[in-house]
Design a binder for this molecule. Structure first.
Ligand SMILES: C=CC1=C(C)c2cc3[nH]c(cc4nc(cc5[nH]c(cc1n2)c(C)c5CCC(=O)O)C(CCC(=O)O)=C4C)c(C)c3C=C
Ligand SMILES: [Fe+2]
Ligand SMILES: [Fe+2]
Length: 355
């Protein structure tokens, strides 16, 4: 090298930034909590819009389109919105005019955001979105990008993976990414059905809620949302993950299987779903002489129609109608201390190497 020339002079001239160069913001990390979604209102058209979007999803209904299209459009979407809207009205958050699933998911995101600020300052941006309805996934991702997030962690809020829930939430995020020139780097958090933090939280929460009751249940029933049995036979791991969660909970409680049962709820349509069915189990418990029972749904990260109306409403009625006397529904983890600890643990673990 010529001793009289400084290395800086040999370096190529700095490229000129064109005047119309777009503004680029990078260096931050986005966390997107994703749940299922809920209608915007309890009226016929809001319900219809929600059910149409939900039940048109091939991840949810795998029946051939040729058969499903007329069933959905001619029968279900004319008959279901009315009665289901009335069911939603019984659990509606009137103050905010929204379903509880939305209220709780927003609160979970706000609390995780606050905790992440303590861990990582403003490096991490936490937001939330719904697979169906509002707030939608695509604008949430765009919003994270606009805030400088070039890495995004997608967090499906389902402890147990199912194609009908976790996968379709990710599909929706990937559909948004498909349209982007500059895609962020993406991670997806795995199901946490056997995570000790989750098992500890659901057991802790259950013990605390049981201790508040004015009776001791003879049976505690752990109810998971069902899926058609054919999904299990085609290889969906959902059934096995539910069974494992249940087993770990039972081991943590040290209870025999007769006292701590499991079942699957929310059957839809005429196909066989995962068994035993929750409504039939509750009925047969009452008929066999069980007078006091409690029920909980650890597969839901937030209370919603399927827990508040179906379990606490319909199944309570089934129990009492068939001779049961005392029935308690134990709430989901929601935005409780236990609930936030679980989501926070998942987020912090999955951000390792990025922070
Ligand atoms: C074939 C239909 C359905 C499958 C498969 C299914 C799987 C599934 N769903 C949840 C969680 C939720 N489902 C909720 C409501 C709901 N689910 C279905 C149908 C299927 N779900 C319908 C049609 C509805 C709407 C209500 C109704 O018309 O019955 C909800 C509640 C949303 C709310 O707003 O409160 C949740 C949550 C899981 C976890 C799952 C499979 C593992
Ligand atoms: Fe469902
Ligand atoms: Fe299984």
């Amino acid at each position: 090298m010529n001793k009289n020339v400084s290395p800086l002079e040999l370096a190529p001239a700095a490229p000129v930034k064109p005047a119309d160069h777009p503004q680029v913001r990078t260096g931050r990390i986005g966390v997107l909590l994703m749940n299922l979604g809920t209608p915007d209102g309890t009226d016929y058209w809001s319900m219809r819009r929600y059910l149409k979007e939900f039940l048109s999803d091939r991840r949810v209904i795998e029946t051939s389109r040729l058969i499903w299209w007329p069933v959905l459009n001619l029968i279900i979407l004319s008959k279901r919105p009315g009665p289901k809207g009335r069911d939603y009205a019984t659990i509606w958050n009137k103050e905010r005019d929204e379903g509880p699933l939305k209220t709780i998911t927003r609160s979970q995101a706000e609390q995780v955001a606050e905790r992440m600020r303590a861990v990582a300052g403003d490096k991490v941006v936490v937001d939330w979105a719904m697979r169906y309805g509002n707030p939608p996934v695509k604008p949430a991702i765009e919003n994270l990008l606009a805030q400088g997030c070039d890495r995004i962690l997608l967090v499906p809020l389902y402890p147990q993976y199912a194609a009908a829930t976790s996968a379709t939430a990710c599909d929706q995020a990937f559909r948004a990414l498909m349209e982007m020139r500059w895609q962020p780097t993406v991670r997806v958090s795995p199901p946490y059905f056997e995570d000790p933090v989750y098992i500890d939280a659901v057991v802790n929460s259950m013990k605390r809620d049981l201790a508040k009751l004015d009776f001791e249940p003879e049976v505690v029933l752990v109810s998971f949302h069902g899926v058609p049995k054919s999904y299990l036979l085609k290889g969906d791991p959902y059934h096995c993950q539910c069974v494992k969660t249940y087993r770990l909970m039972r081991e943590a409680m040290g209870w025999p299987a007769e006292r701590f049962r499991m079942s699957f709820q929310s059957r839809f349509g005429t196909e066989e779903w995962l068994k035993p069915y929750t409504d039939e189990t509750v009925e047969s418990l009452a008929k066999s002489g069980v007078k006091r029972m409690a029920i909980l749904a650890p597969g839901f990260s937030a209370d919603c129609l399927e827990t508040l109306e179906e379990l606490d409403g319909e199944n309570r009625e089934i129990f009492e109608h068939n001779g049961g006397e005392k029935f308690a529904y134990l709430p989901c983890l929601n935005d409780s201390e236990d609930g936030i600890r679980v989501i926070q643990a998942v987020v912090e673990r999955e951000l390792q190497g990025w922070l």
